[in-house]
Write a protein that binds this ligand. Structure first.
Ligand SMILES: C[S@@+](CC[C@H](N)C(=O)[O-])C[C@H]1O[C@@H](n2cnc3c(N)ncnc32)[C@H](O)[C@@H]1O
Length: 210
């Protein structure tokens, strides 16, 4: 079995599974694999998902949080919000805001949505449309991550996780360093469901330093 066969087989496997399960994209499995490795959904009842369209991460998040609710004896009303430039077909159990993450009114809107309370988990699969120019793409993607970081610092609960999608490349170490100055623990992770030719990498950031 050649590398190409394995790659195609893997792609096909996640695509088929996503279809069978009703996920809108294969990327749901990236989040599922991040959770399997880092247990990010443990005791989570509020969540913010940046760059959520078409919505597979939101679908998986609703499932994880519903399971948490089922296990919990507490009477908690979950708050799950996705944001994207593109509109999504509604997902039961989640709210949606069509907005650019760079919009200056976003933070106020989020504070209001989450009733002035800090958020249990912030995830981002938000990514730029690649131009093919690796350096340029990396810089634009870091701009997105910087903005999400800025919001997370204000809105995320102290001991919680922030998941950030980045691109591998020469600019990444400097960015990781800046994230390490803000979080106790920052780990890099490439889920198996990520295409082998992709240079995407997730930062799993844990516990904000104040
Ligand atoms: C890879 S997709 C996310 C897939 C999603 N996690 C899922 O599982 O369905 C990346 C998304 O980021 C969004 N995006 C890119 N730049 C954005 C911005 N400035 N503000 C809001 N969303 C943005 C894109 O519109 C796109 O839908």
């Amino acid at each position: 079995m050649g590398k190409k066969w394995i790659k195609e087989h893997k792609k096909e496997h996640y695509y088929k599974n996503a279809k069978r399960h009703g996920y809108r994209a294969r990327s749901a499995y990236k989040l599922i694999q991040i959770n399997k490795k880092f247990n990010i959904f443990k005791d989570i009842f509020s969540l913010l998902d940046f760059g959520c369209a078409p919505g597979s991460w939101l679908q998986a998040s609703v499932e994880f949080i519903s399971e948490n609710l089922r296990k919990s004896k507490k009477n908690i009303k979950p708050k799950i919000l996705g944001i994207d430039l593109k509109r999504i077909t509604p997902i039961k159990g989640a709210d949606f805001l069509q907005m650019d993450i760079h919009d200056t009114s976003l933070q106020e809107k989020l504070i209001k949505f989450f009733d002035n309370k800090k958020i249990d988990l912030i995830i981002s699969d938000c990514s730029i449309k690649k131009t093919g120019n690796k350096t340029l793409d990396q810089v634009s993607q870091i701009k997105i991550c910087d903005r999400i970081l800025e919001i997370a610092i204000v809105l995320l609960k102290k001991n919680s996780f922030l998941i950030l999608k980045c691109f591998e490349g020469s600019e990444l170490p400097k960015f990781v360093k800046s994230v390490e100055e803000k979080f106790h623990k920052v780990r890099k992770f490439i889920p198996e469901a990520t295409r082998s030719r992709s240079n995407e990498i997730f930062l799993v950031c844990q516990s904000i330093l104040y």
